[in-house]
Design a protein around this ligand. Structure first.
Ligand SMILES: C[S@@+](CC[C@H](N)C(=O)[O-])C[C@H]1O[C@@H](n2cnc3c(N)ncnc32)[C@H](O)[C@@H]1O
Length: 381
């Protein structure tokens, strides 16, 4: 329990409270109480120096202070370092991730208190209890968490309430906190449009590996597949998929299974959309974006052949952004496919349409502008 407690001095007394961090951050060691009187420059300097600020002022002012600290980080001239044009794509990517994590480390120093009922004992606080409940569940003790984390989970709660339109399927999907949200969902149209293996007419069973919100399993039902088994190893994802299937009245059509990759048995069609970037996630919330050492990609490809019925197909959804960033070569991907006893039947592509593609100030602009997302149709050799 020791490392989940936060300690600080306040009113001349040692204080202690539970520490909450969805990113798994350790409780800060140096904590100073702060309120509306603290100038942004002071807050920025303290946060950069590693001191966390436990907010006792007005909630809306805490949000403004966070923005003021973010502006100071973003406007700071970087120390002398190599010009971006002299860096390789891999170096650019690692520099980008390092600056993102340093930025996050500073911003996460502004802390706010929560009551056990998930309300916040500060002036002008909106009711954030249901947003907190989605992520934290019920609590029995008061606790302290970074304000930035709270703002993230309020944003996630809004997505969950409003839902994300999936034009290729004519549905809305409601992502839960911590579950991969198909905001960029051009890849769904690839699954909706690809030609089915003929064996699916006779043995109408398909698997969706790493189902997340359940969106690709829904795409399979719309293609008329009779029996679908969708897996995920993350209980939050399974809960989210269960919620979406219930909203769409598809609970009986799709079986959800907690599994590391494949469920038992074989299928005529197996789809998988693994995380696209082979790099270490910096927090549990990034597990659906980063796939260290291509773990899920390799696991899927290596197990695919054994789980396909004769004449069956595996559909791999993968963006080539990792290739443009120099993190995985096309040859490496083809080698993994070949070594798994698979052949490529065809590949169809779609160009991402999200706003970042047009943002020339984005350090990863070149890679994002060149990115294609593909559906690889694979079969046993
Ligand atoms: C990029 S998300 C894709 C989610 C969904 N299929 C979609 O297309 O929106 C990858 C999903 O795979 C899941 N996942 C990662 N490793 C897994 C494993 N070894 N077994 C099962 N699921 C896994 C993650 O929890 C996540 O939900």
């Amino acid at each position: 329990m020791k490392d989940s407690m936060l300690r600080w001095q306040e009113a001349d007394e040692e204080q202690i409270a539970y520490w909450q961090s969805e990113k798994g951050l350790p409780p800060p060691e140096r904590v100073q109480v702060a309120d509306d009187r603290m100038p942004a420059d002071t807050a920025y300097r303290l946060a950069c120096g590693g001191t966390a600020l436990l907010w006792r002022g007005d909630f809306q002012n805490a949000k403004l202070l966070l923005q003021a600290i973010a502006r100071r980080i973003d406007n700071k001239k970087p120390a002398r370092r190599k010009k971006p044009e002299t860096l390789t794509p891999v170096e650019l990517f690692h520099r980008y991730r390092l600056s993102q994590s340093q930025r996050a480390r500073i911003l996460e120093k502004l802390l706010i208190p929560f009551n056990a009922d998930l309300s916040i004992p500060l002036r002008r606080t909106p009711d954030v209890r249901s947003a907190c409940w989605d992520a934290y569940g019920s609590r029995t003790e008061a606790f302290i968490a970074p304000l930035r984390e709270l703002l993230g989970l309020i944003g996630a709660h809004e997505w969950r309430k409003k839902g994300i339109d999936i034009p290729a399927l004519g549905i809305t999907i409601h992502p839960h906190y911590g579950v991969f949200a198909p905001i960029r969902n051009e890849y769904v149209q690839l699954v909706a449009q690809a030609a089915s293996p003929t064996i699916l007419d006779k043995q109408s069973i398909a698997f969706d590996i790493g189902t997340g919100t359940g969106v690709l399993a829904v795409a399979l039902t719309q293609r008329g597949v009779q029996r679908i088994v969708a897996t995920d190893h993350d209980p939050r994802a399974l809960e989210c998929a269960r919620d979406n299937l219930a909203r769409l009245n598809l609970t009986d059509a799709i079986e959800l299974v907690e599994a590391d990759l494949f469920p038992p048995g074989q299928a005529a069609l197996i789809v998988c959309n693994p995380p696209w970037i082979p790099a270490r996630p910096s927090s549990p919330l990034e597990h659906a974006i980063f796939d260290p050492e291509n773990r899920m990609l390799q696991g899927f490809l290596q197990g695919l052949r054994d789980h396909l019925l004769p004449g069956g197909e595996g559909w791999l959804i993968l963006s080539d952004i990792a290739e443009h960033l120099g993190l995985r070569s096309r040859e490496e991907l083809l080698h993994i496919i070949d070594a798994a006893g698979l052949q490529v039947l065809s590949k169809s592509d779609v160009k991402p349409r999200h706003l970042k593609v047009a943002d020339t100030s984005d350090p990863l602009h070149a890679a994002r502008a060149a990115e294609l997302t593909s559906l690889w149709r694979l079969a046993a050799n």
